[in-house]
Design a protein around this ligand. Structure first.
Ligand SMILES: [Zn+2]
Length: 248
């Protein structure tokens, strides 16, 4: 009887050990010389995605940027403003037009040359800001026509529908372009002097984006501070082209 109790106790004790062993098998499992112990949890593997100390993984960014691309951003340094020099237009209509263009090597363009288009209510909603495939895929633009190819390669091309030689942008366009430029300037640390009108940088003469485009107001001062059009920084007081070309 005593031995049966002792046996039962032993059984219970063993069962308990097995149970505990199931919960903590690497620790409690009896050592077995012939079988290698189970591998310790691979913390190195679990942490493999964590970069070494000193590598910045989260860059503080303004949360109010609905245009942040989902692919790695290009090293943008400029913003180049254009108008369509037409009364109506949309991403689709400009895309169809630009597909007919060819580069200096005779290769057709890949589509619309700009990164953003802002509508005027005729072809696109008034003030609507539409990113193009060039922005979504973060590829260079085809809009600057400058001797400095950086304006195409590192310049964000924004085109507003309208002819601002004849009439100014709509109130909605004005508000939208200011918001877009301010957001992009903040995100990519672009200086006021690097927000330019097409006519300021094009190799051959153009009026783009037109004499009625409020360039100084849109270019702004320090990111976050919008300057009025009467407080233009000196760098923006450039001499407008004197010819009548509307080339883009
Ligand atoms: Zn232009």
């Amino acid at each position: 009887m005593k031995s049966r109790i002792r046996l039962s106790l032993t059984t219970l004790l063993l069962a308990g050990l097995v149970f505990v062993g199931c919960m903590h098998s690497p620790v409690v499992a009896p050592p077995m010389a012939s079988i290698p112990p189970p591998a310790a949890p691979d913390f190195a593997a679990a942490n493999r995605r964590v970069p070494p100390p000193g590598v910045v993984t989260s860059i503080p960014r303004p949360e109010s940027n609905p245009w942040r691309p989902t692919v790695a951003a290009r090293n943008w340094q400029y913003i180049v403003i254009h108008h369509t020099a037409t009364n109506s237009g949309s991403v689709e209509s400009i895309n169809a037009s630009h597909l007919k263009n060819k580069d200096k090597n005779g290769n057709p363009w890949r589509g619309i040359g700009y990164h953003f288009v802002i509508g005027n209510g005729d072809g696109m909603s008034d003030g609507a800001i539409e990113p193009t495939f060039r922005w979504r895929t973060q590829i260079q633009g085809a809009h600057a026509g400058s001797t400095n190819k950086d304006y195409n390669e590192l310049g964000i091309g924004i085109c507003l529908v309208g002819n601002f030689e004849n009439s100014p942008p709509t109130a909605a366009q004005r508000k939208s372009v200011k918001q877009l430029v301010k957001t992009l300037r903040t995100e990519y640390k672009i200086a006021t002097v690097d927000v330019v009108g097409h006519k300021d940088i094009r190799a051959s003469a153009t009026e783009c984006p037109g004499k009625l485009f409020p360039m100084a107001e849109v270019a702004g001062g320090d990111p976050g501070v919008m300057l009025g059009s009467d407080s233009a920084p000196p760098a923006l007081e450039r001499v407008a082209s004197t010819t009548g070309s509307l080339q883009r």
